[in-house]
Ligand binder design. Sequence first.
Ligand SMILES: [Fe+2]
Length: 231
Amino acid sequence: MFFRQYFDTESCAFSYLLADKQSRKAVIVDSVKGQTELYLNQLKELSLNLKIVMDSHIHADHITASGLLKKETGCRLLQGEPSYSEGVTDTFNDGDLIQLDALGIRAIHTPGHTDDSYCFFIDCESRPILLTGDTLLIRGTGRTDFQNGSANEQYHSLFEKLKKLPEHTRIYPAHDYHGMTESTLREEFEWNPRLKVSTKEEYIEQMKKLNLPKPARIDQAVPANLKCGIE
Ligand SMILES: [Fe+2]
């Protein structure tokens, strides 16, 4: 499997390019509009054929490149249910397998940060990979105070769904603000302060107390992302 991570310095967002090495069919997850040229150049230079673009959820802090990439390459634009955006080709649900030849990506619905949040699990060889969106960050978890977020549901997603995956799974989030790029589930369940709770109620209380400022670009980003970034 081909795997690459990109970082957008403006929004501290990660995006991911994955491909089946043999057929060169590729998927981009959590693209950032300002990096469209970078993705297109990479696809060309690496002789990859973009077949799918998809996001882990409707982002509030940056605009997705998914609509533009679809327009430029003719690829499919997938979104998890509940799907709210215009321009989506197909939707997927919890447990669905998104297949590109030998590359299989399992969609895991992990509501909490938003109601449309998904994680993507790739069971590759001995080193499974999980793209965690904003559900599980490195030493953090995504806030739950807007876009139909729910600390109650997020607790369930983290402890009933993600914790049941192999603990050596490498995790790759949609954001990092502290210079980290990857972790493992084992490491997060040992060191992530948000996961150091003994009950669901404790988790909900902790999220309630965060008192975070409104994301700077939410009023621009969410409406744009409801059109897959095509303004
Ligand atoms: Fe988010």
